[in-house]
Design a protein around this ligand. Structure first.
Ligand SMILES: [Zn+2]
Length: 271
Protein backbone atom coordinates (compact mmCIF):
# COMPACT_ATOMS: atom_id res chain seq x y z
CA UNK A 1 0.00 0.00 0.00
CA UNK A 2 1.28 3.46 -0.88
CA UNK A 3 0.21 6.59 0.97
CA UNK A 4 0.78 10.10 -0.27
CA UNK A 5 -0.09 13.04 1.97
CA UNK A 6 -1.82 15.87 0.13
CA UNK A 7 -2.67 18.18 2.99
CA UNK A 8 -2.01 18.11 6.70
CA UNK A 9 -2.65 20.59 9.46
CA UNK A 10 -3.95 20.51 13.04
CA UNK A 11 -7.43 19.33 12.08
CA UNK A 12 -7.29 18.23 8.43
CA UNK A 13 -5.62 15.27 6.83
CA UNK A 14 -6.00 14.41 3.13
CA UNK A 15 -4.17 11.46 1.64
CA UNK A 16 -4.05 9.36 -1.51
CA UNK A 17 -4.05 5.66 -0.65
CA UNK A 18 -3.06 3.27 -3.45
CA UNK A 19 -3.19 -0.52 -3.61
CA UNK A 20 -6.04 -0.73 -1.12
CA UNK A 21 -9.58 -1.96 -1.61
CA UNK A 22 -12.97 -0.58 -0.73
CA UNK A 23 -13.57 -3.01 2.14
CA UNK A 24 -10.41 -1.88 3.91
CA UNK A 25 -11.15 1.79 3.30
CA UNK A 26 -14.67 1.42 4.65
CA UNK A 27 -13.49 -0.52 7.70
CA UNK A 28 -11.02 2.27 8.53
CA UNK A 29 -13.69 4.92 7.99
CA UNK A 30 -16.18 3.19 10.28
CA UNK A 31 -13.57 2.53 12.97
CA UNK A 32 -12.47 6.20 12.91
CA UNK A 33 -16.09 7.24 13.41
CA UNK A 34 -17.21 4.71 15.98
CA UNK A 35 -14.28 3.01 17.70
CA UNK A 36 -11.34 5.38 18.13
CA UNK A 37 -11.71 6.61 21.74
CA UNK A 38 -11.69 10.21 22.84
CA UNK A 39 -12.36 12.16 26.03
CA UNK A 40 -15.72 13.71 26.86
CA UNK A 41 -17.52 14.78 30.01
CA UNK A 42 -19.65 11.90 31.20
CA UNK A 43 -20.83 12.95 34.67
CA UNK A 44 -21.53 16.32 36.24
CA UNK A 45 -22.04 17.09 39.92
CA UNK A 46 -23.93 20.38 40.33
CA UNK A 47 -22.87 22.24 43.42
CA UNK A 48 -24.79 25.41 42.74
CA UNK A 49 -26.98 26.42 39.83
CA UNK A 50 -29.05 29.53 40.12
CA UNK A 51 -28.99 30.09 36.35
CA UNK A 52 -32.05 29.80 34.13
CA UNK A 53 -31.02 26.52 32.43
CA UNK A 54 -31.72 23.18 34.08
CA UNK A 55 -28.85 20.99 35.30
CA UNK A 56 -29.51 18.42 32.54
CA UNK A 57 -29.19 20.94 29.71
CA UNK A 58 -25.95 22.34 31.10
CA UNK A 59 -24.58 18.79 31.52
CA UNK A 60 -25.54 17.94 27.96
CA UNK A 61 -23.72 21.02 26.67
CA UNK A 62 -20.65 20.17 28.70
CA UNK A 63 -20.72 16.62 27.32
CA UNK A 64 -20.67 17.94 23.76
CA UNK A 65 -17.66 20.19 24.40
CA UNK A 66 -14.72 18.55 22.59
CA UNK A 67 -11.80 17.88 24.94
CA UNK A 68 -8.15 17.42 23.94
CA UNK A 69 -7.47 13.73 24.47
CA UNK A 70 -4.42 12.03 25.91
CA UNK A 71 -4.75 8.44 24.70
CA UNK A 72 -1.40 7.33 26.10
CA UNK A 73 -2.14 8.19 29.74
CA UNK A 74 -5.77 7.19 30.17
CA UNK A 75 -7.62 3.87 29.99
CA UNK A 76 -11.11 3.18 28.77
CA UNK A 77 -13.29 2.71 31.90
CA UNK A 78 -14.05 -0.91 30.90
CA UNK A 79 -10.34 -1.73 30.50
CA UNK A 80 -9.11 0.07 33.63
CA UNK A 81 -7.75 -2.02 36.50
CA UNK A 82 -9.83 -0.06 39.03
CA UNK A 83 -13.13 -1.44 37.67
CA UNK A 84 -14.81 1.26 39.70
CA UNK A 85 -17.98 3.08 38.78
CA UNK A 86 -16.41 6.36 39.86
CA UNK A 87 -13.12 5.79 38.06
CA UNK A 88 -9.58 6.48 39.18
CA UNK A 89 -6.75 8.80 38.14
CA UNK A 90 -6.04 6.51 35.17
CA UNK A 91 -9.52 6.60 33.68
CA UNK A 92 -11.04 9.90 34.76
CA UNK A 93 -10.22 13.61 34.59
CA UNK A 94 -11.95 16.15 36.82
CA UNK A 95 -12.85 19.59 35.48
CA UNK A 96 -14.35 22.33 37.61
CA UNK A 97 -16.32 25.44 36.83
CA UNK A 98 -17.03 28.25 39.22
CA UNK A 99 -18.74 31.15 37.49
CA UNK A 100 -20.72 34.09 38.74
CA UNK A 101 -22.08 37.25 37.24
CA UNK A 102 -21.44 40.17 39.54
CA UNK A 103 -22.51 42.89 37.14
CA UNK A 104 -24.97 42.66 34.23
CA UNK A 105 -25.41 39.62 31.99
CA UNK A 106 -22.40 37.65 30.85
CA UNK A 107 -21.62 34.50 28.89
CA UNK A 108 -19.65 31.69 30.47
CA UNK A 109 -17.29 30.08 27.95
CA UNK A 110 -15.56 26.70 27.89
CA UNK A 111 -12.27 28.47 28.67
CA UNK A 112 -13.47 28.90 32.26
CA UNK A 113 -13.41 25.13 32.85
CA UNK A 114 -10.38 24.26 34.95
CA UNK A 115 -8.93 20.80 34.40
CA UNK A 116 -6.78 18.83 36.84
CA UNK A 117 -4.70 17.77 33.82
CA UNK A 118 -3.71 20.65 31.52
CA UNK A 119 -3.43 18.14 28.62
CA UNK A 120 -7.16 17.44 28.83
CA UNK A 121 -8.79 20.80 28.14
CA UNK A 122 -11.57 22.04 25.89
CA UNK A 123 -10.33 22.24 22.28
CA UNK A 124 -11.54 25.83 22.09
CA UNK A 125 -11.98 28.25 24.96
CA UNK A 126 -14.71 30.13 23.10
CA UNK A 127 -17.57 27.61 23.28
CA UNK A 128 -20.51 29.26 25.04
CA UNK A 129 -21.91 27.19 27.91
CA UNK A 130 -24.45 29.47 29.54
CA UNK A 131 -25.50 33.08 30.01
CA UNK A 132 -25.69 34.33 33.58
CA UNK A 133 -27.77 37.29 34.68
CA UNK A 134 -26.65 39.52 37.53
CA UNK A 135 -26.34 37.58 40.76
CA UNK A 136 -26.65 34.13 39.16
CA UNK A 137 -24.07 31.45 39.90
CA UNK A 138 -22.95 28.19 38.38
CA UNK A 139 -20.59 25.92 40.27
CA UNK A 140 -19.98 22.34 39.25
CA UNK A 141 -17.56 19.45 39.04
CA UNK A 142 -17.42 17.44 35.80
CA UNK A 143 -15.81 14.05 35.16
CA UNK A 144 -14.44 13.31 31.72
CA UNK A 145 -13.78 9.74 30.59
CA UNK A 146 -12.67 7.99 27.44
CA UNK A 147 -15.44 6.57 25.31
CA UNK A 148 -16.33 5.50 21.78
CA UNK A 149 -18.47 7.14 19.12
CA UNK A 150 -20.67 4.03 18.86
CA UNK A 151 -21.92 4.68 22.41
CA UNK A 152 -22.49 8.43 22.00
CA UNK A 153 -21.62 10.95 19.27
CA UNK A 154 -19.84 13.15 21.85
CA UNK A 155 -16.97 10.62 21.76
CA UNK A 156 -16.64 10.74 17.98
CA UNK A 157 -13.15 12.18 17.27
CA UNK A 158 -13.92 13.16 13.67
CA UNK A 159 -16.37 15.60 12.14
CA UNK A 160 -15.61 14.29 8.64
CA UNK A 161 -14.18 10.94 7.66
CA UNK A 162 -14.78 10.08 4.02
CA UNK A 163 -13.09 8.62 0.98
CA UNK A 164 -13.70 8.68 -2.75
CA UNK A 165 -12.30 6.78 -5.70
CA UNK A 166 -9.28 8.28 -7.41
CA UNK A 167 -10.57 9.85 -10.65
CA UNK A 168 -9.19 9.13 -14.10
CA UNK A 169 -10.12 11.63 -16.83
CA UNK A 170 -9.24 11.41 -20.46
CA UNK A 171 -9.88 14.10 -23.06
CA UNK A 172 -10.01 12.51 -26.50
CA UNK A 173 -8.46 15.00 -28.87
CA UNK A 174 -10.15 13.25 -31.83
CA UNK A 175 -13.74 13.91 -30.69
CA UNK A 176 -13.27 16.99 -28.48
CA UNK A 177 -13.96 20.26 -30.27
CA UNK A 178 -13.06 22.40 -27.25
CA UNK A 179 -16.59 23.82 -27.00
CA UNK A 180 -15.96 24.50 -23.29
CA UNK A 181 -19.33 23.04 -22.20
CA UNK A 182 -17.54 20.69 -19.77
CA UNK A 183 -15.45 23.56 -18.41
CA UNK A 184 -18.56 25.61 -17.63
CA UNK A 185 -20.68 22.82 -16.15
CA UNK A 186 -18.14 21.20 -13.81
CA UNK A 187 -19.14 22.18 -10.25
CA UNK A 188 -15.64 21.43 -8.98
CA UNK A 189 -13.85 23.42 -11.69
CA UNK A 190 -11.74 20.46 -12.73
CA UNK A 191 -11.17 21.79 -16.27
CA UNK A 192 -9.61 24.86 -17.75
CA UNK A 193 -8.80 26.23 -21.19
CA UNK A 194 -5.15 26.25 -22.06
CA UNK A 195 -4.04 27.53 -25.45
CA UNK A 196 -7.66 27.19 -26.70
CA UNK A 197 -7.78 23.53 -25.66
CA UNK A 198 -9.67 21.86 -22.82
CA UNK A 199 -7.19 20.86 -20.16
CA UNK A 200 -7.36 19.38 -16.66
CA UNK A 201 -6.77 21.99 -13.98
CA UNK A 202 -7.24 19.96 -10.80
CA UNK A 203 -7.91 16.25 -11.20
CA UNK A 204 -8.24 15.56 -7.47
CA UNK A 205 -11.27 17.85 -7.21
CA UNK A 206 -13.33 15.52 -9.45
CA UNK A 207 -16.18 13.84 -7.59
CA UNK A 208 -17.20 11.65 -10.54
CA UNK A 209 -20.56 13.41 -11.00
CA UNK A 210 -20.34 12.86 -14.79
CA UNK A 211 -21.90 16.26 -15.57
CA UNK A 212 -19.05 16.95 -18.01
CA UNK A 213 -19.72 13.73 -19.94
CA UNK A 214 -23.44 14.53 -20.18
CA UNK A 215 -22.74 18.11 -21.28
CA UNK A 216 -20.45 17.01 -24.11
CA UNK A 217 -22.46 17.39 -27.35
CA UNK A 218 -20.22 15.04 -29.34
CA UNK A 219 -20.90 11.37 -30.04
CA UNK A 220 -18.74 9.47 -29.18
CA UNK A 221 -18.01 11.67 -26.16
CA UNK A 222 -14.92 13.81 -26.20
CA UNK A 223 -14.36 13.16 -22.52
CA UNK A 224 -14.02 9.95 -20.58
CA UNK A 225 -14.34 9.84 -16.79
CA UNK A 226 -13.41 6.69 -14.89
CA UNK A 227 -11.98 5.80 -11.52
CA UNK A 228 -9.14 3.62 -10.33
CA UNK A 229 -10.48 0.60 -8.46
CA UNK A 230 -7.59 0.40 -6.00
CA UNK A 231 -6.82 4.04 -5.31
CA UNK A 232 -8.68 6.39 -2.98
CA UNK A 233 -8.57 9.93 -1.70
CA UNK A 234 -9.30 9.97 2.02
CA UNK A 235 -10.25 13.04 3.98
CA UNK A 236 -10.20 13.15 7.78
CA UNK A 237 -11.28 16.21 9.70
CA UNK A 238 -10.71 15.98 13.43
CA UNK A 239 -12.89 17.82 15.94
CA UNK A 240 -9.57 18.84 17.52
CA UNK A 241 -9.52 16.14 20.21
CA UNK A 242 -6.73 14.21 18.48
CA UNK A 243 -4.42 15.02 15.56
CA UNK A 244 -6.12 13.62 12.41
CA UNK A 245 -3.19 11.38 11.47
CA UNK A 246 -3.30 9.86 14.97
CA UNK A 247 -6.97 8.99 14.42
CA UNK A 248 -6.03 7.05 11.27
CA UNK A 249 -3.16 5.33 13.07
CA UNK A 250 -5.42 4.32 15.95
CA UNK A 251 -8.03 3.04 13.49
CA UNK A 252 -5.45 0.73 11.87
CA UNK A 253 -4.37 -0.55 15.32
CA UNK A 254 -7.98 -1.28 16.29
CA UNK A 255 -8.65 -3.06 12.98
CA UNK A 256 -5.54 -5.17 13.49
CA UNK A 257 -6.65 -6.10 17.02
CA UNK A 258 -10.16 -6.99 15.86
CA UNK A 259 -8.82 -9.20 13.07
CA UNK A 260 -6.52 -11.01 15.52
CA UNK A 261 -9.47 -11.63 17.86
CA UNK A 262 -11.47 -12.95 14.92
CA UNK A 263 -8.62 -15.27 13.92
CA UNK A 264 -8.30 -16.61 17.47
CA UNK A 265 -12.03 -17.28 17.66
CA UNK A 266 -11.92 -19.24 14.39
CA UNK A 267 -9.04 -21.33 15.74
CA UNK A 268 -10.89 -22.05 18.99
CA UNK A 269 -14.15 -22.89 17.19
CA UNK A 270 -12.50 -25.27 14.76
CA UNK A 271 -10.50 -27.24 17.33
ZN1 LIG B 1 -9.71 3.47 36.61
Amino acid sequence: MKIEVLEKDDTNFRVIIRDADVTLMNALRRIALAEVPSMAIEEVVMIENSAILQDEIISHRLGLTPLKTDLDTYNLPEDCTCQSEFGCSQCRVTLTLDAESKEGTRTVYSGELISENPDVMPVSDKIPIIKLAKGQKLKLEAYARLGKGKAHAKWQPVSVCAYKYFPKIEITSKSCEDCQKCVDICPKKVFTIKENKVDIRDLLQCNLCMDCVEACPKEPKGIKVEWEKNAFIMNIESTGVLPPERILQEATKILDKQLKEFQEKITVEST
